[in-house]
Design a protein around this ligand. Structure first.
Ligand code: GLC
Length: 525
């Protein structure tokens, strides 16, 4: 097998910058704060950091509404702070990825301010303007955050399209000037030494050229977000998006060893298209199945096998449990199963991404009505994302868990006295210790990075598979139930190298592998 790229072998760690470490007491995390915590990330053993957006922004969607693509929001620091962060990360062999938000800008971006001035403004065609009247919208497209995706502009008598908030107008990526301006922005960061980008909502970039109505979703049920009442047949995932991604990739490929990750919420068969023909697209189109599926062995096993089957020969897999938009894994499956999930994430074939605090077992934080910051919560109660964006829990002994000396922008989870870096780093049974061991094991066992993947027969409730490279085999068996289970080993024998329950490590196993309730094990066979 050829040598792997760093982003194939490595582990990526997502930081939500507002919540990682505050350095100036304003209650909001910042770049110098992140720099001061790089030694922790080196100790944990991750290979790359991806920062959610740090560009100037009115923060209507907490940085996903960019008002300048080539500068740093003063809340986070300065360009010099970013340069220092890149240099300090590189000195520790850590790569740094930025979040790039190409689908839409802030409504306060100078491009949009120009665009909305008049119908004949040179920037008019940089956004998506359509005719209509106050009581007749251009079509039926919906906003992900609720309501119509069309906003009436009184002054110029047209609608503009926004897939997200009305403060986030969509750019017109069919316009070559827009493409060039946005490619110039990524060149700016590549020149500064950034190692790649996570690309926000990449499958939204190109819309139907004649703006046909989206069809109704025949599988819609009222418990789902209203946005899902329509299929997105014409508003997203259009075939021409792949031409645009190819152009983005060409720019990135003029630099060494950079990587493109893309946010894509689509069925697996569609998502793998984003590797592009012969791998000319994204390096890693995000695979969110573990975020979306019920935590149930049959569903997860099937998803793993379908994904392995759907991947093109040139497509490198990837896996994610958590991000800044979805409930945390420890809250979804409970703390014991979160250990099993971590073992799955870090032993599957493909690049894992960890969301800050996942390695501590952080759970969703209760947010009172007065504490709500995410406007999505106000528009769509229960769908807000504040509970998963609360401050990183560094220490039991310090105010606000060591995150800030001021008042944190979101409350610290009251579970911080038990779940925090300082306490967990010295407890062998902690979640942090488990993540660190799994990352170290991945690093030392080629079977876990470059190895093949093969399912292993197991009873209902258990997921089992074998990873193999260079003549070495590891059997991973994960009990997703609160009952003991036995996995017939037939003629396989081996030694347990890791157990999430820590109870049978180093033991030899033969004939049958016994799993305690909620236990995952890795066996060298
Ligand atoms: C992506 C981001 C999310 C943001 C949305 C609009 O889904 O992950 O946080 O609200 O895009 O930019």
């Amino acid at each position: 097998m050829p040598k792997l790229h760093w982003w194939q072998e490595g582990v990526i760690y997502q930081i939500y910058p507002l919540s990682f470490q505050d350095s100036n007491g304003d209650g909001q995390g910042d770049l110098p704060g992140i720099t001061s915590r790089l030694d922790y990330l080196g100790w944990l053993g991750v290979d790359a950091i991806w920062l959610s957006p740090v560009y100037p922004s009115p923060m209507a969607d907490f940085g996903y509404d960019v008002s300048n693509y080539t500068d740093i929001n003063p809340v986070f620091g300065t360009l010099a702070d970013l340069d220092r962060l890149i240099a300090e990360a590189h000195r520790r062999n850590l790569r740094l990825l930025l979040d790039w938000v190409p689908n839409h800008t802030s409504n306060q971006h100078p491009w949009f301010v120009e665009s909305r001035k008049s119908r004949d403004n040179p920037k008019r065609s940089w956004y998506i303007w359509r005719d209509g009247s106050p009581d007749r919208r251009p079509n039926n497209w919906l906003s992900v955050f609720g309501g119509s995706a069309w906003e009436w502009d009184e002054q110029t008598g047209q609608y503009y399209y926004h897939a997200f908030l009305k403060e986030q107008p969509d750019l017109n990526w069919r316009n070559p000037e827009v493409q060039q301006a946005m490619l110039d922005a990524i060149t700016f960061w590549l020149e500064r030494g950034v190692d790649g980008f996570r690309i926000d909502v990449i499958w939204h970039l190109i819309k139907d050229s004649v703006f046909r109505d989206n069809p109704a979703n025949p599988h819609y049920t009222p418990d789902l977000s209203p946005y899902l009442s329509l299929l997105t047949t014409y508003s997203a995932d259009r075939p021409e998006v792949h031409d645009v991604i190819k152009r983005i990739r060409e720019v990135v490929d003029t630099y060494d060893e950079r990587v493109l990750l893309g946010e894509i919420y689509l069925p697996v068969e569609r998502a793998v298209e984003y590797y592009g023909p012969e791998g000319s697209g994204l390096h890693l189109p995000f695979n969110f199945q573990l975020i979306q599926l019920p935590w149930e062995s049959a569903a997860v096993s099937r998803a793993i096998e379908n994904y392995e089957r759907a991947l093109p020969a040139y497509g490198w897999p990837n896996w994610v449990l958590d991000n800044h938009d979805k409930p945390r894994i420890a809250s979804r499956v409970g703390p014991r199963q979160a250990r099993v999930a971590a073992t799955l994430l870090l032993t599957l074939r493909g690049t894992p991404t960890i969301y800050y605090g996942e390695e501590l077992g952080m759970s969703n934080t209760p947010i009172t009505a007065e504490q709500v910051r995410d406007t999505r919560e106000i528009r769509q109660p229960g769908r807000g994302r504040d509970p998963v964006r609360t401050p990183m829990q560094w220490s039991a002994g310090r105010r606000h868990a060591g995150f800030t000396s001021g008042t944190p922008w979101l409350p610290v989870n009251p579970n911080y006295p038990a779940l925090n870096v300082d306490s967990e780093c010295s407890e062998p049974g902690s979640m942090l210790a488990l993540y660190r061991r799994l990352i170290q094991l991945r690093r030392s066992e080629p079977a876990l990075t470059r190895g093949s993947f093969r399912g292993f027969a197991a009873p209902a409730g258990v997921i089992a598979y074998v990873r193999e490279a260079e003549g070495k085999k590891l059997l991973i068996a994960l009990n997703l139930t609160p009952r003991t289970q036995s996995v017939p080993l037939h003629d396989v024998t081996g030694r347990v190298v890791l157990s999430t329950g820590l109870n049978q490590e180093n033991q030899r196993v033969a004939t049958t592998l016994l799993l305690e309730a909620d236990e995952g094990v890795i066996v060298e066979v």
